[in-house]
Write a protein that binds this ligand. Structure first.
Ligand SMILES: [Zn+2]
Length: 434
């Protein structure tokens, strides 16, 4: 029975999903070949095998139980151990273990927000989208991985390093390597699938999209089922969670959306619904995953850089379809107030990242462009009047904002309109737009 919070598309898709493929032919072949590999359901996930307890950090979670357990980022007898909360949703039936991670970079807040909404009573609970009493498999939700970074509003771990470059970590290494090792040993290794939520670095914003190695079957499945229009193919940086997870045959994708130190509510919504789409695709929860209107697969991207310093005026928002040589921003300098320079796009493409901080110096990357060669008509059919891509994931209202409607009884008193007041008749009321 679908619960109140479970949303299903009213009708199934009639036309097949269009794919706008910008990936070079050779790589495309690799991706296609990897899709041939068998992806049958392991025996341990069959309904016949019973569901045991889920063990994490010397605690066990019973089937049908939702439990939040503290996890120390570092093992230490005295001093800081940085305990982070992990919520385990352990379904009554066997199935995959899916781990959701936010704020590996401490100042990227879209992930923590999305993973908090995912645990709201509108989504997690009896008869809701995630109902532990009917769920298969196990969900582990870690809204804030880099808690010290989150508290000090920085991307980095306390020793100034980038945690997402140090996986699988090293137990006798530096602070970041030790943190990475503990996360790797206790959380990552025991996962079948990982969704790692990120935002653009400080001063920029990203169009919500998925980054994954599309030639890795389990990651490709996650990427496609998430439901975003844009999929960026690649291995990921050395030491990044998704690259190393793939080397160990764990499915892992990175979601990118919004920017650091801010909340982009569209990105939060797309992340939250994307996770539900994945859980539906994995048959952990009931319902059909929703698909985007088209899928744009790309492997290469280019940075548009400013050649001048000054204050930036952005003309093309993130998600814009840009023509070659189009002006995307201008730079002015208060010290040379009569001069202004234009920043032009090197090629036609979709703007997937854009500067939000106005201060630029020569060489500052201000835009991130996916060059487009094919499938323009498909993309153009989904642009709004400002040539900005309309993302499928934000067409519905976010369900965590729906409140129980309270009826307020207004006493109807039969009074005559005072003189001079025109009584409002129905013809004067305009209907509000949707
Ligand atoms: Zn990040």
């Amino acid at each position: 029975m679908p619960g109140k919070g479970v949303r299903r598309p009213s009708k199934r898709r009639r036309s097949p999903l269009k794919v706008v493929n910008q990936i070079p032919k050779r790589r495309r072949q690799e991706i296609e070949d990897s899709g041939q590999e068998e992806t049958s359901t392991p025996e341990k996930w069959s309904r016949q095998s019973g569901q045991g307890k889920h063990k994490i950090e010397r605690r066990s979670v019973k089937p049908g139980e939702v439990r939040t357990v503290p996890f120390n980022l570092i093992d230490s007898e005295i001093g800081e151990s940085w305990p982070i909360p992990i919520t385990v949703v352990h379904g009554v039936r066997p199935g995959p273990v899916v781990t959701l991670l936010g704020a590996i970079h401490g100042n990227e807040l879209v992930g923590p927000q999305a993973l908090t909404f995912l645990q709201s009573s509108q989504i997690l609970g009896d008869q809701r989208a995630i109902d532990v009493n009917t769920m298969s498999g196990t969900l582990r939700i870690v809204p804030i991985v880099n808690l010290p970074g989150y508290r000090t509003r920085t991307r980095y771990t306390p020793d100034g390093r980038d945690l997402n470059r140090y996986f699988p970590g090293k137990s006798g290494g530096n602070t970041t390597q030790r943190i990475a090792r503990r996360i790797w040993n206790k959380i990552i290794k025991s996962s079948d699938y990982i969704i790692d939520l990120h935002s653009a670095a400080s001063g920029r914003t990203n169009l919500p999209h998925i980054r994954a190695n599309l030639a890795h079957p389990k990651s490709s499945m996650l990427a496609r089922s998430f439901g975003t229009e844009v999929l960026l193919d690649g291995l990921g940086p050395r030491g990044s969670l998704r690259r190393v997870s793939n080397e160990y045959e764990i499915g892992c994708v990175t979601f990118e959306g919004g920017g650091a130190n801010s909340i982009d509510s569209d990105a939060v919504q797309i992340a939250t619904y994307g996770i539900l789409n994945v859980l539906r695709s994995l048959r952990m929860i009931p319902g059909y995953p929703s698909s985007p209107r088209f899928r744009l697969l790309a492997s290469g991207s280019v940075w548009i850089r400013s050649d001048h310093g000054g204050l930036l005026d952005v003309l093309a928002p993130v998600g814009s379809l840009i023509e070659s040589d189009e002006v995307v921003a201008t730079v002015t300098d208060p010290e040379h107030a009569r001069q202004s320079v234009e920043i032009r796009a090197p090629s036609r493409g979709l703007l997937i990242g854009m500067a939000t901080h106005p201060f630029v110096t020569a060489g500052t990357p201000i835009g991130h462009l996916l060059p487009l060669k094919k499938g323009l008509s498909t993309i153009k059919s989904r642009l709004d009047e400002d040539d900005v891509l309309m993302l499928s994931g934000i067409l519905e209202d976010p369900i965590w904002r729906e409140e129980e409607t309270e009826d307020i009884d207004v006493q109807t008193v039969d009074v005559k309109s005072p003189d001079g007041w025109a009584s409002v008749d129905d013809s004067m009321l305009e209907e509000e737009d949707d």
